[in-house]
Design a protein around this ligand. Structure first.
Ligand SMILES: [Zn+2]
Length: 466
């Protein structure tokens, strides 16, 4: 089955056909770096990370670009509010973002361009738009002329009235048309600015993505992703800028958007007290459990975060790691070692169908059940390998099972690994001395602390957190 993706441009699922099958190019809008990433910011990162992993399996070369917006009025406002210099805010927040996304198992993109390092490309793009009659300068600003582009509104399917209604909040006397939007704006001496043909100023947000995707992926590329909330105006404006500057029929062939994330059925907001940063949640649960949670719903569907849902994701991962934690059975004498495991085709098929991660996860669980039932040692080992490989395609199950089960959890036992090992050694000594009452007492004591012991046929005693 070829890869199918739902294309927001056409509002239907389409077979993915790359422009160059030798090199697939993907752009995803990245963060504006002024604060810690919240859970809603993590959703596109994890969803498009699965797409990236799948594309890398299907094509010889994939370039994934995800930008860092490090010049924006929100950053300037944050700096004014706290007194922290802008450079310090953006570099600190960028580092935190990269750490948090890595903790969620997201691969770093191939290119992570920073807006402030692409000002020359933005100015060049704006000059091209002016030359082609799609933009005009007025009072230190440069604006994109929306009426100059016949197909403006095609992605968001907004009509003229909706466009103007949306723009009304931002009426400015220098706009020729109320729907026109800013490409460049003047900076006062106290805020970041760069010299330009229109005076010292800074770019509008939309032009940043048009410039960075152009520089790193070309005038037209394969896939563009982001959250549903970016369709209008951000992606509509990216398309208008890129297509009008380059005279191309499309900017990206396929536009993919992930659905909203709510918390306890409400919109996540600081005022409602249900706002979670990724960092806060990472202190409560392993990153892999958060990732599992984010993949437990289809990327296009709305997803509601609850602590119960996160606990269920952790428990589901425990079930998947359990067969990986059990020791391999002894192979019969003379048996050929199992061939290298193949990636489970049904997991791949689920992802090929517009990244159906819930189905892919259910197939991993079916595979785990097969392992638990398997009595054939060679088959058992082979299925375990398949489970690891299938999990890998989703960015899951790549930890050592011991590490997964032994990782300290908030609210869990305060016992450290060394203390646990000491108690196990004491229990083994008691067993050796045939003092089974004492051995049972120690086992029970550890059990009360949430530590489960398993005596292996090899004579070793393994432990894990329940
Ligand atoms: Zn963007």
């Amino acid at each position: 089955m070829p890869l199918q993706v739902y294309n927001t441009l056409t509002r239907r699922k389409e077979t993915f056909e790359p422009i160059d099958p030798g090199h697939v190019r993907l752009y995803v809008c990245g963060p504006t770096v002024y604060d810690f990433a919240h859970l809603g910011n993590a959703r596109p990162v994890v969803a498009f990370d699965v797409l990236y992993r799948l594309l890398k399996r299907l094509y010889p070369r994939v370039t994934y670009v995800r930008n860092i917006t490090d010049v924006d009025d929100k950053i300037i406002d944050a700096s004014k509010a706290s007194g922290e210099p802008i450079d310090s805010i953006t570099s600190r927040t960028t580092r935190a973002y990269q750490q948090d996304m890595a903790a969620l198992g997201a691969l770093p993109p191939d290119v992570e361009p920073r807006a402030t390092e692409h000002i020359a490309e933005m100015i060049r793009l704006i000059e091209m738009l002016i030359q082609r009659g799609h933009a005009y300068a007025a009072e230190g600003h440069v604006l994109f002329s929306v009426p100059s582009m016949a197909e403006y509104g095609r992605l968001s399917r907004h009509n003229r009235e909706e466009l103007i209604a949306g723009a009304r909040i931002d009426v400015a006397p220098y706009k020729k048309d109320p729907a026109d939007f800013v490409l460049w704006k003047p900076s006062t001496p106290d805020i970041p600015g760069w010299p330009s043909p229109w005076g010292r100023g800074r770019p509008g947000w939309h032009i940043e993505c048009s410039a960075m995707s152009w520089k790193h992926l070309g005038e037209t590329f394969d896939l563009h992703g982001g959250g549903l909330d970016l369709i209008f105006p951000h992606h509509e404006n990216e398309i208008a800028q890129s297509r009008s500057a380059h005279g191309t029929p499309v900017m990206a062939r396929y536009w993919m958007h992930n659905g909203f994330l709510s918390v306890n059925s409400d919109k996540m907001s600081k005022s409602l007290g249900n706002f979670f940063t990724v960092r806060e949640l990472l202190a409560e649960a392993p990153g892999e459990a958060l990732r599992y949670f984010l993949l437990s719903g289809h990327y296009r569907a709305p997803l509601d975060f609850t602590r119960q849902g996160l606990a269920e994701a952790k428990a589901a991962l425990d079930r998947l790691y359990t067969p990986l934690w059990t020791p391999d059975p002894f192979l019969p004498a003379g048996a050929a070692p199992p061939a290298e495991a193949d990636i489970p085709a049904d997991v791949v098929d689920a992802l090929l169908d517009d990244l159906n991660t819930p189905l892919a996860l259910s197939r991993l669980h079916a595979l785990a059940s097969d392992i638990n039932r398997s009595r054939d040692p060679v088959e058992h080992v082979r299925l375990k390998g398949r489970l690891r490989k299938g999990g890998g395609l989703l960015g899951l199950l790549q930890q050592n099972a011991d590490a997964w089960f032994r990782a300290p959890s908030p609210g869990g036992t305060k016992l450290g690994e060394a203390e646990i090992e000491q108690k196990i050694a004491a229990r083994n000594a008691a067993r050796k001395a045939r003092n089974f009452a004492e051995a049972d007492r120690i086992r029970q004591e550890l059990f009360q602390e949430g530590i489960v012991l398993e005596d292996r046929p090899s004579g070793n005693t393994e432990w894990r957190r329940a």
